[in-house]
Design a protein around this ligand. Structure first.
Ligand SMILES: [Zn+2]
Length: 251
């Protein structure tokens, strides 16, 4: 707004209103160009530990640890047996539960919490997440989280396991935006195929023949194989120099 006065040329000085107007338009344009994003910190309880939109399929491979994880979908067969064996061996493990499971077996879930085990999100109703809409994915995660909070006053964050391992980039990103990192597995022990004829011997072989540092094993609460085998698996893995740890301990 510098007024140049040159001889023989009469300029009309800009009024104060016009100058102010130009100034505010200028400020507005600067604001648009810089587009400052407000920094909103999540509530303290939501800040877990380093989270990523990348899926975890293996723990720390520099240690002789293996991570056993147990999924609870709609029915419970082995929980009590597993909890007993874990207590006897002074061991912590990791459960991925559906909201459905939590509401159907609240006493078991309380026992898991009281024994110090980790409980994470396996969605509310166990759907195929790649076929769900963005909103449905969020509702599934939130539904389970609400069930857990209502039962043991504890959040299911920051980990979730997609049912059937059915996930893609979209699912992982939406879950990440909601505060969850996906946890897959290194080895599927196939205990869930019990009703199709999978035997205890086969599951034992799958696990013991695949042992490697950092491996995450997928096991289930809805069949009897995992409960029947656990004690023996603990002994055998220890004999081979491995320690069975929880997800947090093994990452
Ligand atoms: Zn499942």
């Amino acid at each position: 707004m510098v007024m140049l006065q040159s001889a023989g040329e009469d300029r009309i000085p800009l009024s104060i209103e016009v100058r102010l107007g130009v100034f505010f338009v200028f400020l507005f344009l600067v604001a648009i160009i810089l587009d400052p994003k407000p920094v909103i910190l999540p509530p303290a309880e939501e800040v877990a530990f380093p989270l990523s939109s990348k899926e975890i399929i293996r723990g720390d491979t520099s240690k002789m640890n293996v991570i056993f994880t147990f999924d609870g979908g709609s029915k419970d067969i082995s929980s009590r047996k597993i909890l007993k064996v874990l207590e006897k061996n002074n061991m912590k493990t990791t459960f991925f539960l559906t909201g459905d499971f939590v509401l159907t077996y609240p006493e078991v879930v309380r026992e898991m919490k009281n024994a110090g085990h980790e409980i994470y999100n396996h969605t509310e109703n166990h759907p195929y997440l790649t076929q769900a809409t963005d909103r449905e994915i969020l509702l599934e995660l939130d539904g389970m989280d609400r069930a857990l909070r209502g039962t043991i006053d504890q959040s299911s964050k920051p980990y979730f396991r997609p049912p059937y391992g059915d996930r893609n980039d979209r699912v992982l990103k939406i879950a990440y935006g909601a505060g969850y990192q996906s946890v897959g597995w290194t080895v599927d022990a196939l205990d869930w195929q019990e009703s199709e004829g999978r035997t205890v011997d086969e599951v034992r072989s799958i696990i013991l023949n695949s042992l490697a540092p950092g491996n995450i094993y997928l096991l289930h609460l809805g069949d009897s194989i995992s409960g029947d085998l656990l004690e023996e698996l603990i002994n055998e893995t220890e004999k081979r120099g491995y320690k069975i740890v929880s997800l947090k301990q093994g990452l």
